[in-house]
Design a protein around this ligand. Structure first.
Ligand code: AMP
Ligand code: MN
Ligand code: MN
Ligand code: MN
Length: 280
């Protein structure tokens, strides 16, 4: 069975419209799918209003919430939640505000480094999308401040750089709580991206579980089989559900493809599926 429970559309920082992304997922053979845009469910809402889905295909409600744990920006994917639940709606509204405030701070910091006008520039890049650092990166490339988006992150926006403003995010436990209150499963996203030691990751997982988190991604985009195996061992050790998602944003040469075949799991795990979530 092919699943993909972590993807982005242009409702956040992905390149494709929600419907175009869904069509590509279907073409890639994905049978169970979640659109998990950063801090919004707008793209998922658009899919619900769009064309009917093929029989047997499962579209799960999803989002990817920005949060902070012990000074690290960690992402919590929510799956299968009631998107109208007041706790989730209030949480998403808060994150929406946080993103706007953060954009102003990022722009101030870039202005001090000889790049004035970044706020209006990034807002124009974002349009109706949830504004994020990739929109600043796109503007910086267009202005000729950097050669490409990678350089924008390496020099100005990535972890530890001036444009890496994290203070506005809610604590991981709070973001997790919103998803759980709304009846969803909270998933710790792409654990390898935080570059934590194994000991620190396990400490993070303990706090995550105490807050109601019940799953972790064992597969995220390009990853070696050995990395997937190590993450499977951790979910089994902690009694967590295992989730899998490409974290697809756009087609590019080195980027991940849509879909993960459950048959490729290196060991037995309690795999999160639509059936397991009760979304059938
Ligand atoms: P934000 O949501 O504003 O915190 O921005 C984080 C997003 O930037 C991630 O979800 C990625 O899509 C993107 N990103 C992170 N690092 C890089 C990088 N080195 N190059 C390009 N995009 C990146
Ligand atoms: Mn992103
Ligand atoms: Mn993420
Ligand atoms: Mn993501």
């Amino acid at each position: 069975m092919i699943i993909d429970f972590h993807t982005h559309s242009h409702a956040s920082d992905g390149a494709l419209a929600p419907a175009a992304l869904l069509a590509e997922a279907l073409a890639a053979g994905v049978e169970q799918f979640a659109l998990t845009d950063h801090d919004t469910v707008a793209g998922y809402r658009a899919l619900l209003e769009g064309e009917a889905l093929p029989a047997g295909f499962h579209l799960l409600p999803g989002t990817e919430l920005s949060s902070l744990w012990s000074g690290v920006g960690v992402h919590v994917v929510g799956l299968g939640m009631d998107i109208e639940h007041p706790a989730l709606r209030a949480g998403l509204a808060r994150l929406d505000n946080a993103r706007r405030e953060r954009a102003e701070l990022i722009a101030e910091r870039l202005a001090k480094r000889g790049m004035p006008g970044a706020l209006a520039g990034a807002q124009a890049e974002a349009g109706d999308s949830q504004i994020g650092r990739p929109h600043f990166a796109a503007w910086m490339v267009a202005q000729g401040h950097v050669a490409d988006a990678n350089q924008a992150f390496d020099k100005y926006l990535g972890a530890g750089k001036p444009g890496d403003v994290k203070t506005c995010w809610p604590h991981m436990a709070e973001a997790t709580g919103w998803i759980v209150a709304a009846g969803g499963v909270a998933v710790l996203a792409h654990p390898l991206k935080y570059k934590m030691t194994r000991v620190k990751l396990k400490r993070c997982l303990k706090d995550f579980m105490a807050a109601g988190g019940s799953a972790m991604e064992v597969y995220s985009g390009r990853q070696t089989r050995e990395q997937t195996r190590a993450l499977c061992e951790i979910v089994n050790e902690f009694g967590l559900l295992a989730s899998a998602g490409s974290d697809f944003h756009a087609h590019w040469e080195y980027g991940p493809r849509l879909g993960f075949d459950a048959a490729d799991l290196p060991m037995e795990v309690d795999l999160l599926t639509a059936e397991r979530l009760g979304v059938v």
